[in-house]
Design a binder for this molecule. Structure first.
Ligand code: GDP
Length: 453
């Protein structure tokens, strides 16, 4: 494979930039552009050693810095790697990269370093995917969860299901192929037990997918309610930033304002939406439509009502539209005299929280209710989790095939038919772990990485 080079640090001004080279010729190419002041050559250096020196391009010194040498297979990619740290200027780092390319390196594609690590057996596909999740993580729980995956928790969990299925399939095919031989008679009940165990392991993984997604991406939250119930005030309170315009003229919030808030290690992606009401104003109508759309797709809807007023027809219409959605009813302005009859709300909502956004009463209870509703109280970033749609699709296919094999077995079909389903489940699991995966899938996975990773 050709030796590749890229700037591994962000393309921005900073203290230091790192230009990374990887491939069989990484050290000899780097040697052409880096001269240690000690007079020693990079090719004479051992792995895991560094040298200070001059960075040279076409006979001229363009910067000074440090070269760190890694020797295959003891590097991130499993190949020879040199990392050159130079001054963190945009132009300087580009010049160093250009020097490396002129010396003969090829520009690295997105995620190509990690792809090589995968192809060289340094990490599995799920671990490589976790590398990207760790870069993108926005909360402590997301970091923890990605680290768990990087350490191979999902891989091991899938592997154990797979091993179980392989054992069953092996047993079955031996029995089908050599019925006369003295192979232990296949006990249907024993087989069923193994398959059911695999089924429940896959089911559990799939059930935790949403919690995992929430840990990674945050809880998409819509705050809805008629104008002036206090949506912007609540949002500002939770985010601690004055972002929405708070006024008491109905209809001031015209579009969707988004803000992220960290509540106990989980990110809440709050959208304050235009007050939902019938309006003649065209611009406001667009905001109202966006609010409704956001509401229908949210992980969580905070539906606000004003405690100091009786429920209006508009409130009742909103309540109808909220049917079947993951809602917490938030009754605001508890500091004012209560006119709202809450029995109607109690009939329509499982969860009601009373708050005063003005003087921050009830906010902790609101946070607790969010956690219990989304079953986040026991979130544990250290358990194996499916991390993306690709993995989910493979897991779902495997799960369906395991279910099919159970049904086939219970219906008394031939053991051949059971084997077909089990083998198909194994295929999907091996695709998930990346052990049997097409080049196209591998390319697709790494295309989401940044250059230099
Ligand atoms: P929105 O239209 O739903 O976004 O409502 P706003 O957040 O703009 O609030 C409308 C008005 O209600 C503002 O004057 C707020 O100061 C006031 N308000 C919001 N929350 C409370 C509260 O808990 N108690 C009282 N008394 N007033 C509040």
């Amino acid at each position: 494979m050709k030796t590749i080079a890229a700037i591994a640090t962000p393309l921005a001004v900073g203290g230091i930039s790192v230009i990374r080279l990887s491939g069989e010729e990484a050290i000899s190419l780097a040697e052409q552009i880096f001269q240690p002041v000690s007079g020693k050559k990079l090719s004479q250096m051992e792995g895991y050693t560094a040298a200070y020196g001059d960075i040279i391009s076409q006979g001229n010194k363009i910067d000074d810095g440090v070269a760190l040498v890694y020797r295959a297979p003891k590097s991130y990619t499993g190949e020879n790697v040199v990392e050159i740290s130079c001054h963190g200027g945009l132009l300087v780092s580009r010049n160093v990269l250009r020097a490396a390319l002129e010396a003969g390196a090829a520009p690295a594609q997105n995620g190509e370093f990690t792809k090589r690590a995968f192809l060289n057996g340094k990490m599995g596909l799920t671990q490589a995917e976790a590398v990207m999740d760790i870069i993108n993580a926005q909360s402590d729980q997301a970091v923890k969860s990605a680290k768990t995956a990087m350490e191979g928790a999902l891989y091991q969990s899938i592997r154990s299901v797979c091993d179980q299925l392989v054992a069953v399939a092996g047993h079955l095919s031996a029995w089908v192929d050599y019925p006369e031989e003295e192979i232990e008679q296949v006990e249907t009940s024993h087989l069923l037990e193994s398959l059911q165990q695999a089924e429940s392991q896959m089911k559990e993984l799939l059930e935790h997918y949403d919690v995992g997604r929430i840990i990674r991406e945050g809880i998409e939250t819509a705050i809805v309610g008629k104008p002036n119930v206090g949506k912007s005030t609540l949002m500002n309170l939770m985010s601690g930033v004055q972002k929405s315009i708070v006024t008491d003229i109905a209809g001031t919030t015209r579009d969707v304002v988004e803000e992220t808030v960290d509540i106990g290690g989980v990110i809440l992606r709050l959208a304050d939406t235009a007050g939902i009401r019938d309006t003649q104003d065209v611009v406001e109508q667009i905001g109202v439509d966006m609010a409704k759309k956001r509401m229908l797709h949210a992980d969580l809807v905070l539906a606000m009502f004003d405690c100091s007023e009786e429920l209006s027809d508009q409130d009742k219409q909103l309540i109808e539209e909220l049917r079947g959605l993951p809602v917490i009813a938030v009754v605001n302005k508890t500091d004012l005299e209560q006119k709202l009859d809450t029995t109607y709300l109690q009939q329509h909502f499982q969860r009601i929280v009373f708050i005063s956004a003005k003087n921050t009463d009830g906010i902790d209870q609101l946070k607790q209710t969010i956690f219990s509703m989304l079953e986040l109280e026991h979130i544990d970033g250290s358990s194996p989790m499916i991390a993306n749609e690709r993995q989910k699709n493979c897991a779902q296919q495997a799960y369906q095939m395991i279910q099919e094999s159970i049904a086939t077995l219970q219906a008394g079909f031939t053991l051949d038919a059971v084997t077909v389903s089990i083998e198909s489940a194994i295929e999907s699991l091996l695709e998930l772990t990346g052990e049997r995966v097409t080049d196209a899938v591998v390319d697709e996975v790494f295309s989401h990485f940044c250059v230099g990773k």
